[in-house]
Ligand binder design. Sequence first.
Ligand code: 3HC
Length: 359
Amino acid sequence: MGYATLVENFTEQMVSKWSDGVVMTTEAQLEAQFADTIEAKDRIEPRDWMPEAYRKTLIRQVAQHAHSEIIGMQPEGNWITRAPSLRRKAILLAKVQDEAGHGLYLYSAAETLGASRNELTEKLIAGKQKYSSIFNYPTLSYTDVGTIGWLVDGAAICNQVPLCRTSFGPYGRAMIRVCKEESFHQRQGFELLMTMMRGTDEQREMVQESVNRFWWPALMMFGPPDDDSPNTAQSMEWGIKTHTNDELRQKFVDMSIPQAEALGVTFPDENLKWNEERGHYDFSTPDWDEFWSVVKGNGPCNDQRIAHRKRAWDEGAWVREAALAFAEQSAEAAAPAQTGSAPGQTGSSPATTTEETAK
Ligand code: 3HC
């Protein structure tokens, strides 16, 4: 659709009634327009009118998601220099770099809502914004790289595929690219663990020990139970979320059991069993006290993760300053030169004069 048609459609949509020749679009009409778009499962774009509360909760969730991607680089980054082969190192490097890219897509989506990367990062470092609890657990062995790929990225896929259809355009489109890369992340993790399961007894024990450590924190990634989730109902109404926390957690459990059987590992939950009547696996209740304690900053690695992020942010300040200075300089150089010639006369720009002088 050409730009002119877009503008025409936009104007038609917004024109509600004329009074004294001035286009009047009342708040009620705007709200109706927004509600119709959500109802039609269409996209809200950055230039569209949106309720302030919609914008705020989107910034909250997209920022948390972006922070999670960036902080999530730390646990696995811990093993890049100690990967057991060049092949494993190359795979891990690629994956960690992908996470950085995911963070950038998401910070860019947040910027379309008026929240700058600088502002969001400062809020993260000040503890005013969250990131996923899962990244506050340590990676104690290289096996954890495989477990994170299989379970953590697997959980992320369960949570992110529905987000491809979220009502806010830039967020949903970012998710499409992210999910394509996440499927590589999950496969490389599963393949790493399968290789170890075909190795020695000691390697098999390392895999089972790693899975035991990450299973419950992976279930907690989906957020608190629905009846303890203050944001879910509204986010579902606005089409930001299309499934509840418990629905996605159940989907992840159902998906993971057959994979664990193929791998030859078990999960640390004696209540895990197929419930024919429900058509799902039953599982025990995660330790929500642990979850909230980690969310509130008391996890094994919270301080380390934020300190590392702050150090990188501080050490990178000069790069941001240099990039901004260069951008300003380039903008000045590109600005039309102020010539001394009278209006209508074609004067040469100082740059040309300089060049001519320089010749
Ligand atoms: N870690 C930290 N905080 C969490 C959390 C978690 N796992 N789950 C919930 N919370 C927080 C919420 O942010 C909210 O706090 P806030 O109001 O101050 O933001 C509070 O707990 C209540 O939770 P709600 O369920 O009401 O919050 P939401 O409706 O936002 O649902 C969510 C939580 C399901 C995580 C949702 O925000 C979401 O889908 N976020 C985007 C996806 C995401 O962040 N994925 C995980 C990280 S990305 C990743 O895994 C990278 C991969 O490549 C490895």
